[in-house]
Design a binder for this molecule. Structure first.
Ligand code: HEM
Length: 216
């Protein structure tokens, strides 16, 4: 019997790290133009002018990359009744670290699903509002009051996205084996059984069905 399960394909992992890299570029270039105290980040992008020019393109590429992830993952992140039970039990997990008390979950738990939808909403808002004050091309199409609201919503969405990514990275490090899944594509049977029991059962059932078909 094999001891590893494929959780992510090569293409999906490349797609994920492309988005993560662009998040860092869009985030740091955005922070550089957000506040003078953070302007020093512009040194990473060739100075203030280049930072301003490049930031919207980093953002567009990040949204494009995320859209490809979204197509692959939205279905597995749909909310189910078990997720509400998971959220009710979450304080036990966070405070006592008692994972065994949690209800069994599929490929993603409710925390991961919440972060996924937070990413989706933030990136949509960043995309729409970003166009509204992108100089010199689109800015003339929108009245000044609307542009001011757009700047505010853009900044708030960026802060929410950054906090979401911090949570995402913290959880990835906390659940040992997750980073390996996104680096190498595989997890052990034990990891799957411990953290995603319903997904593990699905995989085992699929494998048994495939074996039965092979035997005729
Ligand atoms: C910057 C450092 C990042 C690290 C270390 C990281 C790490 C990980 C890991 C380990 C997983 C696999 C979790 C599992 O299989 O249980 C994962 C999944 C995922 N990551 Fe990241 N990630 C990062 C940034 C991002 C960013 C910036 C985004 C998007 C804005 C993102 C979106 C996703 C998505 C959509 C998944 C699939 C899981 C789901 O649908 O909930 N990641 N990440």
């Amino acid at each position: 019997m094999k001891h590893i399960i494929r959780r992510y394909t090569d293409l999906t992992r490349a797609n994920h790290w492309f988005v993560a890299g662009l998040f860092i570029c869009a985030g740091l270039s955005g922070l550089a133009i957000f506040h003078p105290a953070l302007f020093f980040f512009s040194n990473l992008f060739g100075g203030g002018q280049w930072t301003r020019i490049l930031h919207p393109f980093f953002g567009l590429l990040m949204v494009f990359g995320f859209a490809l992830l979204f197509i692959q993952f939205w279905h597995e992140n749909l909310w189910k009744p078990i997720d509400t039970q998971w959220v009710r039990k979450a304080p036990d997990l966070i405070i006592k670290g008692d994972e065994d008390a949690m209800p069994p979950v599929g490929k993603y738990n409710a925390g991961q699903k919440g972060v996924f939808w937070l990413f989706t909403i933030c990136l949509l808002l960043l995309l729409v509002t970003g166009f509204m004050f992108w100089r010199p091309w689109f800015v003339d199409y929108f009245p000044i009051t609307l542009r001011r609201i757009a700047v505010l919503v853009h900044s708030l969405s960026a802060i929410a996205l950054i906090l979401g990514v911090i949570t995402h990275v913290y959880a990835a490090i906390w659940v040992k084996g997750s980073v390996h899944a996104m680096m190498r594509g595989t997890v052990t049977y034990n990891w799957a059984r411990k953290h995603h029991l319903l997904w593990y059962r699905e995989i085992v059932a699929e494998e048994s069905a495939a074996e039965r078909r092979m035997k005729g």
